[in-house]
Design a protein around this ligand. Structure first.
Ligand SMILES: CC(C)(COP(=O)(O)OP(=O)(O)OC[C@H]1O[C@@H](n2cnc3c(N)ncnc32)[C@H](O)[C@@H]1OP(=O)(O)O)[C@@H](O)C(=O)NCCC(=O)NCCS
Length: 300
């Protein structure tokens, strides 16, 4: 079902239908995961909405994705969103955040009518590798790969300081990091740490996608998965050097002809940095949010 929708979505839009967290949860659902599906009278899939508990501490909530077949329309979107809201109310209420990969006018219309708000937008940016720049590390900075366990606490502290205002990335705990370390793609050699005399100053964590994550190429895609510079060190050139160093690893060591990353559309500092390195926006994803009371029942 998810695969059929994904295949059709890739053919029409040139990219995957569901985000990575949703795909991972569909493959290995948590006990609280919810999937709502819609079919036409001939049993052809018209849409899927899925949500699962988000695994960071800040604002506990259910997060997921929604995808429609190209001819499904806003009524199907409404039914799917209603299904999520009803399941959330039945489970005691809470906050739901649901993403579309790219923007979808039918989902947008249904979400607005159903009381969701447009919470935020995320840009997917890509760049052809290699880029024409080598890392220029600020004076006094040394760089090495992440060492699991040894570097966990320092990394969590700098990550949470750098992303203090970010709803997903700014409140990681040891368990969040441990789960990412267990993912099959995790490779400490592609997780660069930059130190100065005071300790960890910044990092660039990369992730290689072996499958056709961009929809149009079988080649591996190298993602800048998370990059952060401690607020005390920002503005001194370290962020630029870390991005360039991460891309260099992705193309030279991992053989990726394309670099990719996601960033919040409102993150103007990072957007300026990535554009100046040659990245361009490939897609805009949108998140919708709603607070569901325990006694709320979705409209039929
Ligand atoms: C984005 C980030 C990694 C940049 O690191 P940095 O060390 O501050 O960046 P640099 O000093 O290397 O600056 C590189 C470029 O970033 C941009 N930039 C940095 N700070 C900026 C600011 N406050 N306003 C606008 N642009 C800014 C500029 O384009 C700058 O280019 P310049 O050197 O020509 O001025 C850092 O600000 C950070 O950790 N932010 C919080 C976490 C985050 O948003 N990560 C990226 C998520 S995708």
């Amino acid at each position: 079902m998810a695969r059929a929708l994904d295949t059709a979505h890739r053919a029409t839009h040139g990219h995957e239908a569901l985000n990575a967290a949703t795909i991972a949860d569909l493959e290995n659902p948590s006990p609280a995961s919810v999937s709502v599906v819609a079919f036409d009278p001939d049993d052809r899939p018209l849409g899927l909405a899925h949500m699962a508990p988000h695994d960071t501490l800040q604002a506990p909530r259910l997060a997921g994705s929604i995808v429609l077949a190209s001819d499904a329309g806003p009524v199907v979107a409404h039914r799917l969103l209603d299904g999520l809201v009803t399941a959330c109310a039945d489970a005691g209420g809470g906050r739901i955040v649901v993403w579309t990969q790219g923007t979808d006018d039918d989902v947008d219309r249904a979400a607005m009518a159903d009381g969701f708000t447009r919470e935020r937008e995320q840009l997917q940016m890509t760049v052809a590798l290699p880029i024409d720049e080598s890392p220029r590390w600020p004076i006094g900075v040394t760089v090495r790969a992440f060492v699991p366990d040894l570097d966990d606490d320092a990394w969590l502290a700098v990550n949470n300081r750098a992303f203090a205002n970010h709803p997903d990335q700014g409140s990681w705990v040891a368990d969040t990091l441990a789960r990412r370390r267990r993912e099959p793609w995790f490779d400490p050699a592609g997780f660069l740490l930059a130190f100065d005399a005071r300790g960890l100053a910044g990092f660039c964590w990369t992730k290689v996608h072996q499958h056709a994550v961009l929809g149009d190429t079988p080649d591996p895609v190298g993602e800048i998965f998370v990059i952060g510079v401690d607020p005390d060190h920002q503005g001194g050139g370290l962020g630029r050097a870390l991005v360039v160093g991460g891309l260099d690893h992705l193309v030279r060591v991992r053989g990726c002809p394309t670099g990719m990353l996601y960033l919040a559309a409102r993150n103007t500092a990072a957007l300026a940095l990535y554009r100046s390195l040659g990245f361009h926006v490939r897609r805009t994803d949108r998140a919708y949010a709603i607070e569901v009371a325990a006694d709320r029942r979705a409209r039929s």
